[in-house]
Design a protein around this ligand. Structure first.
Ligand code: ATP
Ligand code: MG
Length: 260
């Protein structure tokens, strides 16, 4: 079942630097939710807090009502969370298929002790994961590349590999950090179709960080705009695009006044 995500007064500080200040919002099950804002606004840091890579200084993060703030990423995977990274973190010398399989061991039965014993049930589960990984690659137009080392593929295809890797974890909550960055227009269109299909076919909640406002407008039910670590506004993508405070945050107050 798609997950519900709630943030309440999430703050993050590194030394004297306030990266996030009292950020609150809720994402309903099955929503596609956008997180936007200028460079350095704190979007990736907020994702890092949700995915357990950063521990918020204060505040609460719940998934389906369970407090997860400060949990380890592996624990969050068990709550159904998967994510992609702004800069794809791939094993470049490994094949595309091997990269998709990275991280999916959390779906194997038992724990690391049992996996090292190479029991038949581990082998069976690994074969199932492998065929699911191949099916995901096929579905995302990457089946042809399964056995090719990742470093032979383009940046855009690296993003596709990361998406397949996240989807293999069968997430109920998927965080995508700038999935369209660096993609040519046709691939952005393909990405929009992929996320739409995810919502239609899989029971999943998606939060997308993106600067590509066309993609945000095409996909999201709701957006939160961050600026300097604070929530500036919340509403639809159309409301955000016409909000004076948001325009000022992106292009500066003087330029916004001149444009008015
Ligand atoms: N580990 C860290 N230590 C110190 N400062 C950090 C750390 N992580 C993030 N920051 C700071 O937090 C601020 C927000 O960065 P963040 O990467 O979250 O922004 P962003 O909204 O994702 O920007 P972009 O759109 O450019 O990706 C920046 O000033 C950054 O330098
Ligand atoms: Mg970022």
């Amino acid at each position: 079942m798609a997950a519900q995500l709630t943030l309440k007064d999430v703050s993050l500080q590194f030394g004297g630097i306030k990266v996030l200040q009292d950020v609150s919002f809720g994402v309903e099950p099955g929503q596609i939710f956008g997180l936007v804002g200028p460079n350095g606004a704190g979007k990736t840091s907020l994702f890092n807090c949700i995915s357990g890579h950063y521990k918020p200084t204060s505040g609460s993060i719940t998934i389906d009502g369970t407090e997860v703030s400060g949990s380890h990423p592996a624990t969050l995977a068990k709550h159904g969370l998967a994510r992609t990274f702004q800069h794809p973190a791939l094993q470049l010398e490994a094949t595309v298929l091997e990269n998709v399989l990275l991280g999916a061991h959390t779906r194997l039965p038992g724990g690391p002790g049992e996996w090292s014993l190479r029991l038949p049930r581990t082998g069976r589960s690994e074969r199932v994961l492998r065929s699911e990984a191949l099916a995901l690659l096929e579905r995302n137009g990457l089946g042809w590349a399964a056995d090719i080392p990742a470093d032979e593929l383009s940046h855009g295809l690296h993003k596709g590999i990361e998406l397949c890797r996240a989807l293999l974890m069968k997430p109920r909550l998927l965080l995508l950090d700038e999935p369209a960055a660096g993609l040519p227009h046709t691939e952005v269109e393909h990405l929009i179709q992929t996320v739409r299909r995810l919502r239609a076919e899989d029971d999943i909640t998606v939060v997308i960080v993106e600067h590509h406002m066309g993609l945000i407008a095409a996909l999201t039910d709701r957006v939160v705009v961050l600026d300097h670590g604070r929530k500036l506004m919340e509403g639809t993508a159309a409301q955000a695009q016409s909000d004076k405070r948001v325009i000022e945050a992106y292009i500066g107050k003087d330029a916004a006044d001149d444009a008015a």
